[in-house]
Design a protein around this ligand. Sequence first.
Ligand code: SF4
Length: 401
Amino acid sequence: MVTLEKIAHLASDCQFDSFGSVGPLDPGSNINLEKLSILGEGTRHDVCASTYSPRKSPLPGICHAFTQDGRCVSLFKTLYTNHCSHQCNYCINSTNCSHRVQTFSYTPDELARVTLSLYRSNYIEGLFLSSGAGRNGDLIMEKMLETLERLRRRYGFSGYIHLKILPGSSQAHIKEAMELADRVSINLEAASSSQLDEICATKSYENDILKRQRYIRDLRGEENLPAGQTTQLVVGAAGESDQDILDRILYEYREIGVKRAYYSAFSPQKGTAFESRKGQPLWREHRLYQMDWLIRVYHFPPGDIKWAFDEEGFLFNSDPKLAIARELLDSPLDPNEAPYRDLIRVPGIGPRSAMRIVALRKTRRIAANRELEALGVVIKRATPFLKINGWRDATLKMWSG
Ligand code: SF4
């Protein structure tokens, strides 16, 4: 397994590649274990794949993510710097945090070198780069772009790159980022402007975030950005409901064209302004991902998803698709007759199996559960909601359980 010592050694030793000499480290460069560790740890709350497990990676700085084509790739995940002039009340890098750790920054040469060394040694397939804003966000964006430029144009790096755009970045920087990265993202952090105001007094929801997301959307026609833009929210830091979050995400998918939204359950950090706020359970994050799937992949309309919430707009800790099915399917469906829209409401039937059912019944009637199973239906979950040619293979207990 790769260790921090090994990464530091690889980076310091990286002298040449097949595209030309990388050369010795810049004078004054210092790739030490503390820097690698703190800047790697600093991305703990930057999500690049759906998670519902203790967030353990083999090492601070190595994570797994899914590319556009569904491949799982290992990424070197790091901050460029943990120095930040913003005041996000949940963040240990915020200027208003009383327990701030020592600040570190890479230089573009150091970061390109570490990434290249790990890539060439087959420890990673790409880079996930985020950052604090430093004293001057524009300058940090320039440094991050210089890192990517070195990797891509000087060293011929062809691995995957996900770059977090800093809030308030200029249109020119965003354009350059889209030329160099496979995926870019701007963290929404909150579901609304007023909720962001509660989380962070130094960012404008409309100007620093939404306006920048629209730049990316509009530039996508010009730039080849294969994996598109994504976004991320902190869940539960500002007392917002799950319905608030998912209403915002519906907007993001429809109007901004984000490819994926990621959710990070709020967890209070020592020394931050939100230190004494209640942390959110990981199951909340998990249920939001399930709802996100129903919106993004199943295309459930708002009229369907509203049934998953309680009166205050929160999800229960149970399968939201089951809750929706219980509300909307008041009697068992015959897969020989039900329209596609109703079939995908049935737990255990997804878009692919629903399409297969629709295709099969054009040729003949479905006569038994085993035929549905062969089409990919999860029979145990689906049978309480189905009747085949008038027959139900489920007890009333299953229907109500
Ligand atoms: S912008 Fe906010 S969340 Fe990001 S590093 Fe700075 S203080 Fe932390």
